[in-house]
Ligand binder design. Structure first.
Ligand SMILES: NC(=O)C1=CN([C@@H]2O[C@H](COP(=O)(O)OP(=O)(O)OC[C@H]3O[C@@H](n4cnc5c(N)ncnc54)[C@H](O)[C@@H]3O)[C@@H](O)[C@H]2O)C=CC1
Ligand SMILES: O=C([O-])CC(=O)C(=O)O
Length: 310
């Protein structure tokens, strides 16, 4: 198994280290445009293997040739937002970067699974799919796992229970219109609505929607990376180990949920082939409407890139 991580910044480097520590691949390649950074970080990670006890080979490079024959490519390259910015403010600059990066990776890997992290997430996943020409099940966006992790962590905090016992789904685009689905959120099978009053649930839902900007405003120099990297690696682990995990991921919808030809976060089955199934769960009319509205916003942003992707 060979995994390449594009972008040796906060998310990329953290994810590469987690992949190495979990020994999910024989070889991890870290690529960035800045000279020295991927090489230095990769060597440092590799040396940590002697104490962290892993044998994964970690290589840093500025040359896409080193990504040749990757099974999985994690894309984290591009700009991160700062206070006062929305994810959509990154749209045009990151779309150009993701297009270039995708062209480069496809020169050297014939049929990789691409996992997108760069923002705005759903649109960048579309850019990678359109540019790569890969089948839709092999280009997947990471957002729902992160948004659900935030939702779960806030519930765990409110109830003083283990995060492990909390199941939660956050669907839709990775933006202000994301849809935390309370109906399918439970603690060891007990519906959340039986454990917390509605006003507390509403506050947690709102904090989840603003989970990204909460961290941006604290850090001031960039955005979250520990939970995002952990979330991307959870998806990678499901694929590498063919675990058939059911996780909320951004995938191309073709009629499901009444949404056509848009990338959007929904529950999927993740295994060695990427997205092996899209699960269509029963949503309340207001949740379905919120999901469709979120998808419509993604579509509008995708359409605005027609000239770049022509
Ligand atoms: N989907 C999600 O839930 C999340 C998405 N993100 C997004 O992930 C992206 C990365 O975030 P961070 O790692 O915090 O940013 P960062 O600034 O720490 O790292 C980005 C890296 O990309 C590199 N880069 C820029 N252009 C490149 C190119 N053409 N080729 C190769 N490398 C290039 C930069 O040199 C830098 O090292 C951002 O777009 C951010 O908004 C971040 C957190 C969560
Ligand atoms: O907020 C950001 O810009 C980064 C991100 O997507 C997140 O942490 O959810």
């Amino acid at each position: 198994m060979k995994i390449t991580v594009i972008g040796a910044g906060n998310v990329g480097a953290t994810a590469a280290l987690r992949i190495a520590e979990k020994q999910l691949a024989k070889e991890v390649v870290l690529i960035d445009i800045v000279e020295g950074i991927p090489q230095g970080k990769a060597l440092d990670m590799y040396e940590s293997g002697a104490v962290a006890l892993f044998d994964t080979c970690v290589i840093g490079s500025n040359d896409y040739k080193d990504s040749a024959d990757s099974d999985i490519i994690l894309i984290t390259a591009g700009l991160a937002r700062k206070p006062g910015m929305t994810r959509e403010d990154l749209l045009n600059k990151n779309a150009a970067i993701i297009r270039d990066v995708t062209i480069q990776v496809m020169k050297y890997s014939r049929n990789p699974i691409i996992i997108m992290v760069s923002n705005p997430l759903d649109v960048m996943t579309y850019v990678a799919r359109k540019t790569s020409g890969l089948p839709k099940e092999r280009v997947i966006g990471m957002a729902g796992v992160l948004d659900a992790a935030r939702f779960r962590s806030f519930i765990a905090e409110a109830l003083n229970v283990s995060m492990q016992d909390i199941n939660a789904f956050v669907l839709g685009g990775h933006g202000d219109s994301m849809v935390p689905v309370v109906k399918y959120t439970n603690v060891a099978g007990i519906p959340l609505t039986e454990l917390l009053p509605q006003d507390k649930i509403d506050a947690i839902v709102e904090r989840t929607r603003n989970g990204g900007i909460e961290i941006v405003n604290l850090l001031k120099t960039g955005s979250a990376f520990y939970a995002p990297a952990a979330s991307a690696v959870e998806m990678i682990e499901a694929i590498v180990k063919d675990r058939k995990r059911i996780l909320p991921c951004t995938t191309a919808l073709e009629g499901q949920y009444g949404i056509d030809n848009v990338y959007c976060g929904v529950p999927v089955k993740l295994g060695k082939n990427g997205v092996e199934q899209i699960l269509e769960i029963n949503l309340s009319p207001s949740e379905l409407e919120a999901l469709q509205k979120s998808a419509a916003e993604v579509k509008e942003n995708c359409n605005s890139l027609a000239a770049l992707l022509a």
